[in-house]
Design a protein around this ligand. Structure first.
Ligand code: PAF
Length: 282
């Protein structure tokens, strides 16, 4: 595995691979790898000849007061894990090499960024789209794999790729969970023991909500209120940022449930803001 820090050097290598007719796969990450990241790497590995993993805590997707400075990191551990997954190139750039002091170009998909996480993190998805577009230009991937835990991010990236005719196939990978149902996240490390013990209630509530909708509930507001009550009972230490049912592609809140619907939640548990979702087919 080769470690690249210089964006242009990585780009030269990826352009060379593409000229040689090799299929390049990309897994963009912010590091602190857990089994979820490793599953994305396995998934990409199966679909490409050369696997590039990027490890960059992208400052422009963090708002003031968010956890940019505290974001967990373990470069040596990540390097070993990437090596074990037969990653060909691990890209670990410095922020100053990704963003010139007079960086002035932004990519955004505001229509899909209004609700869910976009409501409380107004600059987040602009930062995500901009860095992902840059990573696509640098690595020239045939295929890129993202986790479905960040469903809104995945929907936004799909829309960006469609609208800008970026020649990359986007693959969404199912959420990887702990045995007790908690979705894996680098931010789970912020949880205290007590919060960690309570956190599986997030998934349990979503499963109950899905049962309710499958059982005939068609009023999205009532379904969301049901889940809010459920959390008030089972997760009193959690502070919901949102509990919303949206259409899975356009990320717009739905009123009447008439087709597939995504129930998405963000719950503040102490220092950790945890997100999870469930796609409900009716
Ligand atoms: O999902 C993430 O880890 C980040 O948002 C991403 C896609 C690597 C962009 O910084």
């Amino acid at each position: 595995m080769h470690i690249y820090t210089d964006p242009k050097e990585l780009q030269r290598q990826c352009l060379f691979w593409r000229r040689e007719g090799l299929r390049v796969g990309l897994v963009p990450t912010m590091g602190y790898f857990h089994a979820g990241h490793l599953a994305l790497m396995d998934c990409a590995r199966k679909q490409c000849d050369r696997l590039v993993v990027t490890l960059f805590v992208n400052p422009v997707q963090f708002g003031a007061g968010e956890d940019l400075d505290k974001y967990p990191h373990d470069f040596d551990g990540d390097k070993d894990k990437a090596e074990s997954k037969k990653v060909d190139a691990l890209f670990v750039p410095m922020s100053r090499d990704m963003y010139a002091p007079d960086h002035a170009t932004w990519v955004e998909v505001p229509e899909l960024a209004t609700h869910l996480c976009g409501a409380s993190r107004p600059i987040h998805f602009r930062g995500v789209c901009t860095v992902v577009a840059k990573l696509f230009m640098l690595t020239q991937p045939n295929v890129a794999v993202f986790g479905q835990k960040d469903w809104q991010q995945l929907a936004i990236i799909r829309r960006m790729v469609r609208d800008l005719d970026i020649p990359v196939e986007i693959v969404g990978h199912e959420i990887v969970r702990e045995a007790d149902g908690l979705a894996l996240s680098s931010r789970n490390t912020y949880l205290t023991e007590e919060e960690r013990a309570a956190a599986p209630a997030i998934r349990q509530g979503l499963l109950k909500l899905a049962d309710k909708v499958r059982g005939g509930e068609r009023d999205a507001d009532k379904a969301a209120a049901f889940l809010a009550e459920e959390y008030a009972r089972t997760l009193p230490m959690g502070r919901p940022d949102y509990i919303t049912l949206v259409d899975p592609d356009g990320i717009r809140p739905v009123k009447a449930i008439e087709g597939p619907v995504l129930a998405a939640v963000a719950i503040q548990m102490g220092k950790a803001r945890l997100i999870d979702n469930i796609l409900i087919e009716v």
